[in-house]
Design a protein around this ligand. Structure first.
Ligand SMILES: [Zn+2]
Length: 72
């Protein structure tokens, strides 16, 4: 297991770093990454650009902030 997976001191991985809503990330829920909504929906690059680098790697944003309105 990697340090990333063991580290529970981070702000909740299930929360969007932009608006703190549930991001519905499959990885945060312990499910395969391929089952995450972000695999089938385009994520707004503008939204990703608003994230600090460390958040971009550590947490998913929510579908709302990603600009996803379909298929959820
Ligand atoms: Zn959000």
């Amino acid at each position: 297991m990697s340090d990333l997976q063991k580290n529970s001191s981070r702000p909740s991985a299930e929360r969007c770093p932009l608006c703190a809503a549930a991001n519905r990330c499959a990885i945060a829920a312990g499910e395969p990454a391929e089952s995450c909504w972000c695999f089938s929906s385009p994520v707004s690059r503008e939204a990703l650009g608003r994230l600090p680098g460390e958040e971009r790697m550590a947490r998913c944003i929510c579908p709302d902030c990603a600009g996803v309105t379909e298929g959820l």
